[in-house]
Design a protein around this ligand. Structure first.
Ligand SMILES: [Zn+2]
Length: 305
């Protein structure tokens, strides 16, 4: 299990437990009620004694009335599951095939937002109000954001967009991180399974995966980077570079994500990117049909504080 799946499982387990606890609490209130308890016992006896259905019906009605009097409904007392759709199994069956329930998908997406870290750069220290408004008066950033947003509006649920790679280029301070942070917030708001990672953290993750030599762990790390519908890699080129790790891993991720959307910000030029990550990387990311790019000049970007 990768970290998103592990955290999602833990969160779901907690929510399910809360639901059971609250159901139990209601049941405790009922059983402490003398009238409810005696009617319930009466019902038991009637069923055991196989009394006439009309008698049983009458006692049942009395029991329901007592439940209502105590402020509960029969339906809510039967609700012991957090997710009504899958009864907390996490699995639904469609045409005889097991599919992941929406509650699990949502929990995984939430875990990915939780693991995402928008870096604490100067332009990003507006944490909390990195909003569309912040970039709306900066035409370059606004345009970048709108382009990215339009891809998401076209997501067909399988993570397919007209473009699979989008690179935001420009020098430091041109607002690249800000533009993709606003975009990430939109993805979050819309519940799209997305992960935001800095290239520096990505490089650390790679070195971790190589030092462990643990196939399962390496597979988990790869799935953290390849499973999200949208992956944002911030400041590519700023990470510590290991020729024998960074380049092949970067190529592997880009290759594996060819059906999804990957957004990259970088200070590097296409030529510099090619030198660093290789021709295969470049031909994917800047593919004329599947790759898009925008270069920010910073001309309209002045941050007043
Ligand atoms: Zn469910």
């Amino acid at each position: 299990m990768n970290i998103f799946q592990r955290n999602a499982a833990a969160n779901l387990a907690e929510k399910r437990q809360q639901k059971r606890d609250s159901a139990q609490k209601k049941f405790d209130i009922l059983t402490k009620d003398a009238a409810y308890s005696s009617t319930r016992a009466e019902l038991f006896d009637a069923v055991l004694a196989a009394r006439a259905p009309s008698d049983i019906e009458k006692i049942n009605k009395k029991l329901s009335q007592r439940v209502a009097k105590l402020g509960f409904s029969n339906e809510e007392l039967q609700e012991r599951n957090y997710c009504k759709k899958c009864q907390d199994s996490g699995t639904l069956f469609s045409d005889g095939k097991a599919v992941q329930c929406g509650c699990v998908k949502t929990a995984i997406a939430e875990a990915a937002y939780g693991a995402s870290m928008t870096p604490d750069t100067a332009e990003n220290s507006f944490r909390g109000f990195i909003t569309e408004q912040l970039i709306s008066e900066r035409p370059e950033l606004d345009l970048t954001y709108r382009m990215l947003s339009s891809f998401v509006e076209m997501l067909d649920g399988k993570g397919r967009t007209p473009l699979n790679y989008f690179t935001v280029m420009g020098a430091t301070g041109t607002g690249k991180t800000l533009a993709v942070s606003v975009f990430f917030n939109k993805l979050k708001a819309e519940g799209v399974f997305s992960y935001f990672i800095s290239a520096a953290t990505l490089a650390q993750t790679f070195s971790r995966s190589v030092s462990t030599y643990n196939a399962a762990e390496i597979a988990d790390i790869m799935s953290e980077l390849t499973s999200p519908e949208v992956l944002i890699v911030d400041d590519l080129g700023a990470e510590t570079f290991f020729d024998n790790v960074t380049r092949p891993k970067m190529q592997e991720i880009i290759e594996a994500r060819k059906e999804k959307l990957t957004v990259i910000t970088t200070n590097l030029s296409p030529k510099q990117l090619e030198t660093r990550y290789g021709e295969r990387f470049i031909s994917r990311v800047f593919d004329t049909k599947k790759g898009g790019k925008v270069r920010l000049s910073g001309a309209d970007f002045r941050l007043e504080r």
